[in-house]
Design a protein. Structure first.
Lengths: 346, 93
């Protein structure tokens, strides 16, 4: 897909990420939003419904709902029903610990418009629990079983790390064994992830093997997470581009709008939905989004013959490791990111 | 029109309940909720035709006001959207 289509800006995001609360009962080591407790000033139910009304009016096709742990928000089901009844598809990510029989029944009753992703970060407690907390894997599997018992499809979401890389096949089997699909996500140095990124990011050799593994498993979803690896030889499934501010954005629990859920940072903040004009004005008029729609990664990447495949990679990763957004992605398949990351001597 | 009617059939069409379409500067975007597929529609006029489908008219009837020169291209595009199940025949009661 060409960037050109998005230059003028879409009338609405194709989808957006909505973090509904910073409250969470887990403390995952790589949490992109550094979630822990409910924060002062989170959008209340009435504000949340006004936001959903705006999205329905704009015809946002679906929302990716996360947090924090969305199921810890008392009005979660009410808000999601409100969105679904207005023809907005919902995919929500949960750690599964609060997914009881009532939630499983609700998910089942809602059908195709509602998708659930249950997160684990390995195919065994020994691999997943060090990231997500003791007992988290077993509780996530219990949630999977509740959905499977009802014949309800869902997704297992895992962040690919150096440590769980050897378990990709087992993760795939875990998903298929529960009538589910596997979705893999790139580990980014966002939020608490910054502290563990160097120790947990896959090696270049693992990333190359991952590219081929994904090619061999076209039914594995990635949310366009790994387009920077397309330079290994042909695009992966998906739009293969950074959608930040162009086709996606993120609304945090406080109503702050960011270009992408992986950069909840002032540098990528476009406004707050409580301001006059609400979400729609931010989407259409924010200077940050206007800039991103014109902007492409420059620098040395522009002259690389793989540029049309990876477009210079992920700006969130670059931002958090402190290199220029025009530098190659730290995981550039040609190793150019390693050179860019060398400290500049004054 | 005869051959065209035959190709499109006389079923009355509407948007699929599992799909949505919206206007964009380049035409429009259609999305299917059930298979998560996104489709680019590069014609504003075609998007208006689809938005106007209400299950009371066949595609031949929908295309009647379109000029003879443009009708074959529109018919082809509507047939494609039908094949992709973005638009579906109204089920007879």
């Amino acid at each position: 897909m060409s960037y050109e289509v998005f230059r003028k800006g879409l009338a609405a995001p194709i989808c957006l990420t909505w973090e509904v609360t910073y409250g969470c009962n887990l403390r995952c080591a790589h949490c992109l939003s550094s979630s822990d407790v409910v924060r002062e000033g989170e959008l209340d139910g009435a504000e949340a419904k006004r936001l959903i009304d705006e999205w329905a009016e704009m015809k946002v096709f679906y929302i990716n709902v996360g947090g924090g742990e969305p199921l810890s928000r008392p009005d979660f089901v009410e808000l999601m029903d409100y969105a679904l009844d207005r023809n907005i598809g919902v995919k929500f990510s949960t750690n599964g610990t609060l997914l009881d029989d009532g939630i499983a029944d609700w998910v089942t009753a809602r059908g195709d418009m509602l998708d659930v992703q249950i997160s684990v970060d390995g195919a065994t407690p020994a691999t997943s629990d060090p990231i997500r907390g003791r007992g988290s894997f077993v509780r996530a599997v219990r949630a999977m079983e509740r959905l499977q018992q009802r014949g309800t499809g869902f997704k297992i979401n895992a962040t690919v790390t150096k440590q769980n890389f050897a378990e990709l096949d087992d993760l795939y089997a875990l998903a298929t064994g529960h009538g589910a699909e596997l979705r893999l996500t790139r580990l980014r140095p966002s939020g608490r992830g910054a502290a563990i990124w160097e120790a947990h990011r896959p090696t270049h050799a693992q990333n190359e093997a991952l590219f081929h593994w994904l090619k061999a498993h076209p039914d594995v979803l990635t949310g366009d997470s790994f387009f920077h690896l397309s330079a290994h030889g042909g695009p992966l499934d998906g739009l293969n581009m950074c959608g930040a501010g162009r086709i996606v954005c993120c609304v945090d629990p406080l109503g702050d709008v960011y270009a992408c859920p992986f950069v909840l940072d002032d540098a990528f903040a476009a406004g707050n939905v409580r301001e006059a004009g609400g979400f729609e004005r931010i989407w259409r008029e924010s200077a940050l989004f206007a800039h991103l729609r014109e902007w492409q990664v420059g620098g040395d990447c522009q002259s690389c013959n793989a540029y049309s495949l990876c477009h210079g990679g992920c700006m969130a990763v670059k931002h958090h490791v402190g290199v220029s957004l025009d530098a190659p992605d730290p995981d550039c398949v040609f190793g150019n990111g390693d050179r860019a990351a060398l400290p500049v001597l004054a | 029109m005869g051959a065209l009617d035959l190709a499109l059939g006389d079923a009355r069409y509407r948007m699929s309940p599992d799909a949505a379409i919206r206007r964009e500067a380049f035409g429009g975007l259609a999305y299917r909720y059930d298979n998560r597929r996104l489709y680019f529609v590069h014609s504003k006029a075609l998007v208006e035709l689809v938005l106007g489908l209400d299950g009371t008219r066949s595609l031949g009837e929908v295309l009647a006001p379109v000029s003879d020169a443009k009708r074959p291209a529109y018919a082809k595009a509507l047939a494609a959207l039908a094949r992709l199940e973005v638009i579906v025949p109204e089920v007879e009661a």
